[in-house]
Design a protein. Structure first.
Lengths: 388, 397
């Protein structure tokens, strides 16, 4: 039993913290938001090439470092602390494991090799137009005719689709439902028939687009693995994505608590630092309770992926619900405890608050995760629709 | 990171479970699931003796003192199995978990010799005398006084004052307590940590009836109560440090197994909700799922605390755990009442008897008060873990 980071994992964390402290300060992050890509291309290149993080969890056989979900979560946590805008999440945390799970050998050799070497940035269009989580929500259609395929329809809320090289799209065979008939296709981002409409998002640190597919011609080898059989693997990949998002949320929650503690220690009112008032202290203590609960949930879920596969769906739902709730509460309380300055555009508090709201919505809200848990717990069917 | 216990630890688990199962299905079947603090005291004393004879009472202690030198992981495993198999609330727990470790760390050789084996064998039951009518959250405001007097039997401490919320005082043979031994001292200075026999004319125990209808806590009145001069742990005036060490043990191993007992409660509640149809209600489902998440968080946090404890450090999870479980259990009690509906308001029996989820609904109100209120816990988290400044002290006494 060693439910704590190993010395090697601590080292990864320290290196990552130093790296982002230097290269992703608040000022640099804000500068990146003004670029056309919406993230710092040089920072991504440094992460991928110099640090080798693009391949951290890709098996060594495909050119990666062969590490696991715990290491991936450590990096996600550090990215979350600094709200680093980056294609890391979609490329490394979502696309790579999905490709590893469903693609055939030659596709894996090519795509995973490219990702591991930091040569492609992958956007993932795995939910439908409205962002309903899981296979249920898929609205893009893949039509087969004479050994070729055509992609139609839309996919919503696709992260960094404007500044990627390749897009993975989940699409279903016409007339199918749920996990049936789901395929994942790999498209060149600049291919014909793909329209990328970048959206103005609440969260300024993670750009998203609506993708439209107008009879996009798909070659057979652009369909990953067997067509129409990807449903289960996609759901599993979404669970991994939830665990990665949970780690990011813990990082964000941790930062907001540290930032707010520091502020309340130095802010003087009534001739005392406001951090000495119980009304302030108790709110901070509650933030720490949520943060530590979230940290436990995030670590556990990451461990489950690396060690005890059977429990992934449950651990992912727990981590996503608990960590997103904690991040939101901490970010909201950070604004409150900063007072007026916390409400300004200039202060970072709103960036964390908006990221906290956005990460909650992505791939199933905390309420959606709890409803999923309710089913896993044997509560039977509900009388209401599942929602987001 | 590495989850899961070793094969050796798992075989320890199997051994512990096998012994407990035999006892709780056989000779002590009547005690299975007895969770009330004041129920069946004589039987629960017999149970302490049975645990002690088989070496399952103080498993982390040295073998010479009746323990089996179990590792921390093994202690947690035993506590988990004990909770899972619904072993009764332990009437000896204050001696086993608080005084025993305190004496092992800070007691004199003579004190260890005199007191530890009877605890491990279940022969002497202890209670704790800290709180007083004017020393609640401000625990250092102790007014009970003790002074040394010469008598025919040698020097003795003579004690005058009142303790309150003394759980198990009506069953205990001994009390470990804080008393003011320096005339005119204030706050946490001038206190001493004394070991005092309960069965003597100078001590009166009065039960306090609580909102559950039971009387699990007591007032303990000291009117010239006596104990030997050398039944003091640490030096005169060091009582506060010794008492704080004892409270440190309170966040020890047994709390790590709390969630095992809570799991049983949640499972009961889920079964009721499925049975009466409330499990289909989306709002109830959200709350049941949230309770389940909380239960798992306690489990994960316990594993983190165990990992840290093995390396001798207090983890951040340890600061927050006490507040977390208290608040969680209170919410579970409220959820239980909503799941039960109007029928939940009907007692199990006369005169005012409550069981299961309804008992938790009532009793959990105490759990965010005793051992440090949730408000005090938040102060501790803010001041010790987050490094925030202390609130200035008042001047009224």
């Amino acid at each position: 039993m060693q439910f704590a980071l190993t010395p090697e994992q601590e080292l990864i964390r320290e290196v990552a913290r130093g790296f982002f402290d230097e290269k992703a300060s608040s000022a640099k992050m804000r500068a990146a938001l003004q670029t056309s890509a919406g993230y710092d291309l040089n920072l991504w290149a440094a992460m991928a090439h110099e640090m080798g993080w693009a391949g951290i969890a890709i098996p060594e056989a495909y050119g990666g470092a062969g590490l696991g979900m715990v290491e991936l979560s450590i990096l996600q946590h550090e990215l979350g602390r600094r709200l680093v805008p980056s294609p890391f999440f979609s490329t490394v945390c979502v696309a790579a494991p999905l490709v590893a799970a469903i693609a055939d050998e030659s596709q894996k050799a090519e795509l995973l090799g490219h990702i591991a070497r930091g040569e492609v940035r992958v956007a993932v269009a795995l939910t439908g137009r409205r962002g309903l989580p899981g296979c249920e929500g898929i609205t893009a259609e893949l039509r087969a005719s004479r050994g070729r395929y055509q992609l139609m329809g839309e996919s919503g809320l696709v992260i960094h689709a404007r500044a990627c090289d390749v897009i993975l799209v989940a699409a279903r065979a016409p007339g199918t439902k749920g996990r049936e008939g789901v395929s994942v296709v790999c498209l060149d981002a600049s291919g014909a028939g793909i329209t990328v409409e970048e959206l103005v998002m609440l969260d300024l640190t993670r750009r998203m687009s609506l993708l439209r597919f107008d009879n996009v011609e798909i070659e057979r080898d652009a369909v990953l693995g067997e067509s129409e059989t990807a449903g289960d693997a996609l759901e599993n990949a979404l669970d991994l994505a939830r665990i990665a998002l949970a780690a990011e949320a813990v990082g964000g929650a941790e930062w907001t608590l540290e930032m707010t503690c520091a502020y309340t220690k130095q802010r003087i009112q009534f001739a005392r630092s406001i951090g000495s008032f119980q009304a302030v202290k108790h709110r901070l203590a509650d933030m720490m309770v949520l943060l530590e609960a979230a940290r436990s949930a995030s670590w556990y879920a990451a461990c489950v992926v690396d060690e005890l596969e059977g429990e992934i769906a449950e651990a992912a739902a727990i981590a996503k619900a608990c960590c997103c709730d904690a991040f939101y509460r901490c970010a909201a309380d950070a604004i409150q405890l900063h007072g007026g300055i916390g409400f300004t555009w200039e202060h970072d508090a709103h960036l964390y608050f908006k990221r906290a709201r956005a990460v909650a919505s992505l791939f199933g809200s905390p309420a959606w995760q709890r409803e999923k848990l309710a089913s896993l717990m044997g509560l039977g069917a509900t009388v209401a629709s599942p929602g987001f | 990171m590495k989850l899961g216990f070793t094969p050796k630890e798992e075989s320890f688990r199997a051994g512990a479970a096998a012994w407990l199962e035999v006892q709780l299905a056989g000779e002590f079947a009547d005690l299975r699931g007895v969770s009330a603090h004041a129920a069946m005291p004589e039987r629960r004393k017999q149970w302490e003796c049975a645990l002690g004879r088989a070496g399952w009472s103080c498993i982390g202690w040295p073998k010479a003192l009746g323990g089996r030198e179990a590792t921390l992981a093994e202690q947690v495993i035993f506590a988990e199995e004990y909770a899972r198999l619904e072993g009764p609330n332990r009437i000896g727990h204050l001696g086993v978990e608080l005084l025993g470790p305190t004496l092992l760390a800070l007691g004199s050789d003579a004190q260890k010799q005199r007191f530890l084996r009877p605890i491990a064998l279940g022969e002497e039951i202890w209670c704790q005398g800290y709180s007083e009518p004017n020393a609640g959250s401000d625990l250092a405001n102790v007014r009970t006084r003790a002074c040394l007097e010469q008598s025919a039997n040698g020097a003795q401490w003579v004690i005058q004052g009142q303790k309150t919320w003394t759980s198990l005082a009506q069953f205990a043979d001994w009390i470990f307590m804080l008393a003011r031994t320096e005339e005119g001292s204030r706050g946490n200075r001038g206190l001493s940590y004394l070991l005092v026999p309960m069965k003597q004319p100078g001590i009166t125990v009065r039960p306090i009836r609580e909102m559950t209808g039971e009387a699990t806590f007591n007032e303990t009145i000291f009117e010239g109560a006596r104990t030997a001069a050398d039944y003091i742990v640490g030096n005169p005036g060091d009582g506060w440090e010794v008492a704080m060490a004892t409270l440190g043990f309170e966040r020890g191993v047994s709390t790590l197994a709390h969630q095992m007992a809570f799991r049983g409660e949640l499972e009961t509640l889920i079964a009721i909700a499925v049975e009466n149809g409330t499990a289909r209600d989306p709002l109830i489902r959200q709350r049941l799922a949230d309770a389940y998440i909380g239960l798992k968080i306690m489990r994960y946090s316990a594993l983190r605390m165990l990992t840290h404890a093995q390396s001798g450090r207090l983890s951040d999870a340890a600061y927050t755990y006490r507040l977390y479980w208290g608040e969680w259990h209170k919410k579970l009690g409220e959820l239980a009442m909503d799941v039960l509906g109007p029928e939940g308001e009907i007692a199990a029996g006369a005169p005012y008897e409550w069981k299961g989820p309804q008992h938790s609904f009532l009793f959990s109100r105490a759990e965010t008060i005793y051992g440090g209120t949730s408000e005090i816990q938040r102060n501790i988290i803010a001041e010790r873990a987050l490094g925030l400044p202390k609130e200035p002290r008042g001047t009224q006494s």
